[in-house]
Design a protein around this ligand. Sequence first.
Ligand code: F6P
Length: 555
Amino acid sequence: MNLKNKNISPIKTNSWIKLQEHFKEIKNISLKNFFLENKNRFDQFNVQFNKLLFDFSKNRINKKTINILSNLAIECKLEEYIYKMFSGEKINETENRSVLHTALRNFDKNKKIFINGVNIMEDIYFTIEKMKIFSEKIRNGIWKGYTNKPIKNIVNVGIGGSHIGPMMVVEALKSYSNKNLNIHFISNIDGSSLYYLFNKIDLDTTIFIISSKTFTTEETITNFKSILNFFIKKTKNKKFIKKHFIATTSNKKEAIKFGIPEKNIFLFGDWVGGRYSVWNAVGLSICLYIGFENFYSFLKGAYEIDLHFKNEKIEKNIPILLALIGIWNINFLKINNHLILPYNQSLQYFILYIQQLEMESNGKSVNRNGIKINYSTCPIIWGGLGNDSQHSFYQFLYQGTISSSFDFIIYIKDKYKELENHNKILFSNFLSQTRSLAFGNQKEEIIQELIIELKKKKYVNFLFPHKIIKGNKPSNSIILEELSPITLGNLMAIYEHKIFVQSIIWNIFAFDQWGVELGKKNSKKILLDLYKKNEINCYDSSTNNLINFYKKIFN
Ligand code: F6P
């Protein structure tokens, strides 16, 4: 890594200073005025990519904003870092690793990427081929359980990146599923999920995919051990493990220790971050559920965006634009919470997915030189299914004291032709919210409405301030023609690269997650104390008392 680049603090760049000046120029221009000033504003601020339309015109920006933001990316050497990432340089410096999730969906057969002298593309193709063969065996009923029956249930056991991505994709693409297969996800350590699962499924027609990059994650390994105990108790024969337990991991040794045979292990390299790992072995549950062809198209979708990201100029580059607009909103408009608002039910877990991807990557406050930074990085990512959320927290978005920015996401074509009216209502809601949040309402309009409604002037005066909606809330709209493996792959890769771009500009490391380690370490110690008979007094008084309270109740 070039040390000089690591010293590029975004706030010291010319572009940052220009952006501060520029902010003063346009801070009082409302979205309403931006649109009044330029009747063709949409034409200027949208990008179409295959079946995806990205409309960023409802942001508080003009052409100049995009120009300076683009220069900021250039000053921060974005292009150089994109090259470094794709070519396998060890840009995850604190873990001394390359960052190569893009290699998992690389369709350029001539590409070679060497890590420690080994062409990792060969390992990737090996795993993909293995996934193909295995998924065909399961889906065609060739792979049999211990009573010689075909498999009907897939249980993915994993947490974080080994869970959220697969669960989200499976839910999103369930219309592509094989109807003979049921899929379940076990993630957290609360025993209730396992308890209910055991009551629901027949073991002899179930495979368990133990998904863990490290194969040491407490929740996953504990769940795995409990399942294994249950399985052995029931089948009374360890020999059957090979028919029902699969591992997806980068730690083959650990998986083997637990008795999973090598041929049941789907490997990936430690150069894939957990939250970026859905594109290969960790996506096995997806591949089983929607079939290899569809899984392959899903990879293709991401690859298309990889090419777009690498090759397209900034003004037309969707991930870069999304990132730059985010930086404008966070660092200049000082909006520190961002909502993901998918409107289609099948994208319900997309919020969770982006939450981990973005907050675990860019929730950092020291720069790449280890120096504390004094500008904001990752905002709070939250959200919900748009239409449902309209009836819960949208009030806060319209009239609360905290400003938010939004990504509205919707796909148009669905399968339910006889429910066409639902589709239209959904889209009208989607549009009405992007419009209302941007433009709010008009004084005259409110008064007129109130006069008709209430007749009496005194109520009009009283109610008026409560009815005012200022609007001016910035949003992006991402519209897909349809949700398919390809377009979902497009969408997910856009966000992955957006996060990468922001990390480069903020000068932070996006691919480690040291923050989560402390909690893991502390929980190990506390666990030992929960088993001790004596009263605990080695922590702060709150923790001591809570441990002792737990013991009193549990025993
Ligand atoms: O605790 C955070 C984390 O390390 C995530 O980054 C990761 O996706 C998750 O735990 C699960 O890790 P593993 O796949 O190694 O079980």
